[in-house]
Design a protein around this ligand. Structure first.
Ligand SMILES: C[S@@+](CC[C@H](N)C(=O)[O-])C[C@H]1O[C@@H](n2cnc3c(N)ncnc32)[C@H](O)[C@@H]1O
Length: 415
């Protein structure tokens, strides 16, 4: 393909993928969001968003490749180096800027806002203006800031807001990434995190946020659950996957397994009706159970139809990944399936997921940014990795993959 043909192809992909996304918004509601929207669109809280995710993967990947092709290289590289996004988002979240602005739909002058949140007005305006340049918060008049659809996500009550907190309070890890790579033993860096990282409520709410950001609950509507009776969710958090699954498929019996202290949290969340009234029916009908487990040391409940692992293996170095997979293998019967839900899709392996159109990068480029940043996040936090290929070593046979646009589900049976 000639250089000019490549650029024309990018323009075509941008146009067609944006139109696919617009069609998804139209299907889910009357309006189409713009950067000036001040409220959420119904699609923002939808569970099955596979089509939108796939369109955005193409759009983001292509826009970045087109800009990197046409902009002067110095320009692109310095943009990469000067990344204040996470720092400014962290300030906005920790100072509850969106929560304050919520009470001022027409906007609030930075003089007043700075007094409420206890920051210098000039510095706060510069932080908010930076975020506004990326589409988060609007400067509706000179020095007057208001919420928009993006900044609403940073509110304290928002699950994704908790995820932002989780990500932005741990900058020490990335700051020592170079030193970590220089150390042949790759020490764990968890000790660099403030202890508030371990606050359970924030962590588990953030995990619900991860589900929302990645659209991974799409599996509830995309997997053939009709042929399944029993499910075991391993490392279930507070029922982040199991409860919505039980609500959607009333024939399923679901065992949720996690460490004992998490199971106590999960039962408490159920008692406080954190999952709404419908979840109480699920409990009363005894279709959902919470059972403590340490998957590194104990046997899992055996013989379930489906074992589900979402965002678990990337937390661990290879040795522990193998222990977890071998423990799982012992619990599985000939009919059992293991579903590993991850960001991973190795572009060098043909596992049957979508292939990007040429001339896009074979891994969708910036369309897969979440995969590669999570992979580095796991290196920094846990010495783990997103791209684990140890299933075969543990005696599991790959069956097929489900592509959800931002995440994939890899299905295995006993080898
Ligand atoms: C990254 S979270 C994923 C939670 C959930 N699967 C999700 O996708 O929202 C990892 C989970 O693994 C659990 N976990 C960590 N070590 C464990 C162990 N040794 N045995 C069982 N669960 C464990 C944590 O408590 C946490 O809930």
């Amino acid at each position: 393909m000639s250089a000019e043909a490549q650029l024309e192809a990018f323009l075509d992909i941008i146009s067609s993928s944006a139109r696919r996304a617009i069609a998804e918004y139209k299907k889910a509601g009357n309006s189409i969001p713009t950067i000036n929207s001040t409220e959420f669109h119904p699609l923002d809280s939808a569970i099955d968003t596979v089509e939108l995710k796939k369109a955005i993967r193409l759009l983001e990947g292509t826009c970045q490749q087109l800009c990197a092709s046409l902009a002067p290289p110095q320009h692109t590289i310095v943009n990469l180096a000067k990344c204040f996004d996470w720092a400014c988002l962290g300030i906005a979240h920790r100072k509850r800027i969106a929560d304050v602005l919520d009470k001022h739909p027409k906007g609030l002058h930075v003089n007043k806002l700075s007094q409420v949140v206890g920051l210098d007005d000039d510095q706060l305006a510069r932080v908010l203006r930076f975020l506004g340049s990326k589409g988060c918060f609007s400067e509706v008049d000179k020095d007057v800031f208001a919420n928009n659809r993006l900044s609403l996500v940073t509110k304290n009550t928002n699950n994704t807001g908790c995820l932002i907190y989780r990500i932005t309070v741990s900058p020490a890890g990335p700051c020592v990434l170079f030193d970590t790579l220089m150390d042949p033993e790759y020490p764990l860096l968890v000790s660099h995190l403030p202890s508030s990282f371990t606050i359970f409520q924030i962590f588990h709410k953030a995990m619900i946020g991860v589900g929302e950001v990645t659209g991974s609950l799409s599996i509830i509507y995309q997997y053939p659950w009709n042929g399944v009776s029993t499910v075991c969710d391993i490392g279930c958090s507070i029922g982040t996957f199991g409860i919505p699954l039980a609500k959607a498929h009333r024939h399923l019996k679901i065992t949720n397994q996690d460490l004992e202290n998490v199971i106590i949290e999960a039962r408490e969340a159920m008692r406080l009706q954190a999952w709404g009234n419908e979840a109480q029916d699920v409990l009363q009908e005894q279709r959902v159970d919470f059972v403590a487990l340490n998957f590194l040391e104990e046997a899992l409940v055996s013989g379930k139809d489906v074992y589900y692992l979402r965002f678990i293996l990337h937390d661990w170095p290879d040795t522990e990944v193998l222990i977890i997979l071998r423990n799982l293998r012992k619990a599985m019967g000939p009919h059992s399936r293991l579903l590993i839900h991850t960001y991973h899709s190795d572009p060098t392996e043909d596992v049957g997921i979508d292939v990007p159109p040429e001339p896009m990068l074979p891994n969708f480029g910036a369309g897969s940014a979440n995969l590669y940043s999570t992979d580095l996040g796991m290196l920094v936090l846990n010495n783990g990795k997103e791209l684990s290929t140890l299933a075969a070593t543990a005696g599991l046979r790959f069956e097929r993959a489900y592509d959800f646009g931002c995440t994939v589900v890899l299905e295995f049976s006993l080898a």
